[in-house]
Design a protein around this ligand. Sequence first.
Ligand code: NDP
Length: 246
Amino acid sequence: MSIIQDKVVIITGVSSGIGEATAKELASKGAKLVMAARREERLASLQEEIQSSGGQAIYKVTDVTSHDQMEGLADYALKEFGKIDVMINNAGVMPLSPVHEGKINEWDTMVDVNIKGVLYGIAAVLPAMRERTEGHIINVSSVAGHLVFPTSSVYSGTKFAVRAITEGLRQEEAKNNIRTTIISPGSVATELTDHISDAELKASIKQQSEIAIDPISIARAIAFAIEQPSDVAINELVIRPTIQEL
Ligand code: NDP
């Protein structure tokens, strides 16, 4: 039997890209999924697709920037499935721009979704995991959480933060038998670049993304981290297209 069988897994940002691929991969391995994002029609159609292939999935419309809604998501998982084995904080946004353009609203959104969303996700599941002295928190950072390039200052800042928070959490919670994993993808073919507001920059980033790999590659890496025996923690994985230099 797969180690993933019957694990209760919460995933945020499941309505497209990496989250959607991960939900399908884990469902095919027998996980009980609790899926979250803001677009309900996508959540409903994904649930239908998973259920019609024999998988188990429930969903709750959730904005990760709301602490209350993230607590509500964890409560829903506990109410429906009685435990939370894995939390995957995947939701993220990447409206790249140079700092001098001062796109304050986009900075706020990146900080709120990419950093505070991850913190709220951790806060929502940690008490129950500490009580059981068991659990796994997987946070999606980026290659941009390891390096910076022009226009990525704020996005990279948020993704560096995800790595710092996850490593601190690892050290604090090791004694409580709670595993942490940082996932740092390179270029992956998703909707992430759609929200870059500068048309020229968007076109150039989209061109660079021609080498992008399918989100299933990241989903498989996440499944690999979950599949390890409980005394083994895969703390960090960087997954790039083979031909991506930076
Ligand atoms: P997508 O744009 O395809 O997916 C992003 C997901 O995040 C969507 O499901 C979206 O759902 C959700 N989301 C955005 N804002 C919120 C919010 N406020 N509350 C809840 N959900 C939200 O991009 P990816 O799949 O590529 O992104 C997934 C993660 O991977 C992100 O953290 C991203 O930074 C990271 N990443 C991606 C890379 C890539 O090349 N694609 C490279 C490195 C890292 P909805 O709008 O329905 O709420």
